[in-house]
Design a protein around this ligand. Sequence first.
Ligand code: SF4
Ligand code: SF4
Ligand code: SF4
Length: 191
Amino acid sequence: MSQQESNCPINAARVTLHEFYYSEDPKTMMCSKCHPCKLGIYDAIKLIETIQAGGGDAGHMTLLRRVADDVKAGGMCKKGKDNADILAALLNEHAEDLEQHIKGVCTSRECTPLVTYEINAALCTNCDKCREVCPSFAVEGQKKEPYRTGFLPYRIRQKRCTHCGECITVCPEGAVYVVEEKELERHEVGT
Ligand code: SF4
Ligand code: SF4
Ligand code: SF4
């Protein structure tokens, strides 16, 4: 996914830094000549991945700030400094989004480890569309048939779900919904 296609600023910044770090195009690639850029950009990618995976804390933002400053000061070319600016812009303009991710919420629902898909049994009509479309065989349930009763309700087996979102797209009843992981934790603690 390119930066332009991403609605999540955290994911967009990670994709851009990743493309820079791993590019093999001489025009856009990192040349690895100077340490602040070579080590810092790699660290920044890993720090952002940790935040996206739900393992972030305030210390990660401090470390990202340090990387941005080091690459800006120590990078020997415009490419490195431009990527430092991208990181600084993330910290300056999207601090609230970063804090939300650290709390376990990606409002764009792109940082998939932070969300869980569930089925609302009250809305589900057992049409089977979600099970048919699921590429991971994560949906269980029995299709409703005329003149029969006692159908197995639909549910998502979380260990198989890859958070691709196909089921939410096809469900005609709006029965598939997304739960933030931290909401789940709060619910489990409260019950
Ligand atoms: S700042 Fe420029 S010269 Fe230094 S490693 Fe990065 S791309 Fe290479
Ligand atoms: S999000 Fe994707 S993998 Fe998960 S249940 Fe829906 S279709 Fe299957
Ligand atoms: S697509 Fe929606 S209504 Fe149909 S079985 Fe799945 S959750 Fe239920």
